[in-house]
Design a protein around this ligand. Structure first.
Ligand SMILES: C[S@@+](CC[C@H](N)C(=O)[O-])C[C@H]1O[C@@H](n2cnc3c(N)ncnc32)[C@H](O)[C@@H]1O
Length: 242
């Protein structure tokens, strides 16, 4: 079975070779402008189907107010700001994303969610949060981001650095399926094509292993089956305390 899967995946890699070459020579950079349009559309359906999961997850934000009574949230890979509606009134949001073309969608969502206080939108990757001071955040949020970052352990170490002691890293991410399933098979076979469609997204990551290894003091992590397209059904959800 593994040989058949690898052969099919190889075939898809060959079929996507022109995309790979286009990426190498920079022709695909226009997709950075198109991707926010796609994410903006997909977010409506994702949020609708994942409403209860998000509500349940973000209810836990209440536990991480600072002793001064404030809640400072850093959203890494913020995209269009898909989680804003779930954040409690008055909390202060800093947004980071390496793709500047999300800004207009983000601003629309900020205007819609005027119960929050917006600090800034910083164009940077999660691997390098140098614009954010050590121990300056109560919460760091990553949703549907760790599937695309170049270096997951580095992003988690940066999240830990900017969190105050006792602060928490919140996550909701699609992950690789169990190897005994057809989902696992198709995640690996279709991955070469999915990568380009999803602007670097990988469906084959066991992201929970990195979170478990990141050295948080308390980890609340659940594997769930999301009511979504089969390739991204397996999800992990939870939070990890610094
Ligand atoms: C599928 S979108 C998810 C957006 C949003 N978090 C949500 O839940 O709708 C993936 C996001 O991750 C961002 N991203 C990709 N690589 C990143 C990196 N290395 N560091 C931080 N964000 C990254 C993309 O620009 C995009 O905004």
């Amino acid at each position: 079975m593994t040989m058949f899967m690898n052969a099919c995946a190889f075939l898809f890699r060959v079929l996507t070779l022109p995309l790979h070459v286009a990426e190498l020579v920079g022709i695909l950079s226009f997709y950075k402008r198109v991707f926010p349009i796609i994410v903006n559309k997909v977010t409506f359906s994702y949020n609708d189907k994942m409403k209860d999961k998000k509500r349940e997850l973000f209810q836990n934000l209440d536990k991480f107010y600072s002793t001064k009574g404030s809640l400072r949230i850093l959203e890494v890979g913020c995209g269009t700001g898909a989680n804003f509606e779930h954040y409690p009134t008055g909390c202060k949001i800093t947004c980071i994303d390496p793709n500047p073309h999300f800004k207009s969608y983000l601003e629309k969502n900020m205007a819609k969610n005027d119960h929050l206080v917006y600090d800034s939108f910083i164009v940077a990757s999660g691997e390098n949060l140098q614009a954010v001071k050590d121990s300056s955040m109560d919460v760091v949020v990553c949703t549907l981001v760790l599937c695309s970052v170049k270096d997951t352990p580095r992003v988690l170490q940066e999240a830990k650095r900017v969190l105050r002691p006792g602060g928490a890293f919140f996550f909701l991410e699609h992950v690789v399926s169990d190897p005994s399933t057809w989902i696992y098979f198709f995640q690996h076979v279709l991955q070469p094509l999915w990568y380009y469609f999803g602007d670097g997204c990988e469906t084959t990551r066991a992201t929970w292993k990195h979170i478990e290894a990141a050295g948080f003091s308390d980890l609340q992590l659940r594997h769930i089956h999301a009511p979504l397209f089969f390739m991204i059904k397996p999800h992990i959800v939870g939070y990890a305390v610094k």
